[in-house]
Design a binder for this molecule. Structure first.
Ligand SMILES: [Zn+2]
Length: 123
């Protein structure tokens, strides 16, 4: 089953599908097996939403999903990609998708595990 891409141009949707294949190739750099396996599931069956983001420093986003008794308890499975800020940089696109999918598996900045952008700052 391929990933689902929502929004953006047909050309950008194709780039995102190609970048998902590239994410799988780059999974070797993720050092935690549990995280690698979860990101692989996202990169083969997940959903990517393409957006034009107002904040020029924002490359992607993954939002908290489940709010229960004052606490966020899980992350959204889908990721948001600021395609306007990534431009034509396919290398960056794959790294940002890997990064946001890691967030969707409850990885956080500072956890490292070989995820690009560990400090949360744009590269
Ligand atoms: Zn992040």
């Amino acid at each position: 089953m391929p990933i689902t891409v929502v929004g953006g141009s047909a050309a950008d949707q194709q780039r995102v599908e190609d970048a998902a294949d590239e994410v799988i190739i780059r999974l070797w750099q993720v050092t935690a097996g549990w995280l690698r396996a979860r990101i692989q599931t996202r990169a083969t069956t997940g959903t990517v939403i393409l957006e034009e983001c107002e904040d020029p420093l924002l490359l992607g986003d993954n939002v908290w999903h489940h709010y229960l008794w004052g606490l966020y308890t899980s992350k959204d499975e889908e990721i948001h990609i600021c395609i306007n800020n990534i431009g034509n940089n396919d290398d960056l696109l794959a790294d940002v998708m890997l990064h946001e999918w890691a967030h969707s598996c409850c990885w956080s900045h500072g956890d490292n595990h070989g995820v690009p952008g560990n400090d949360g700052a744009p590269p």
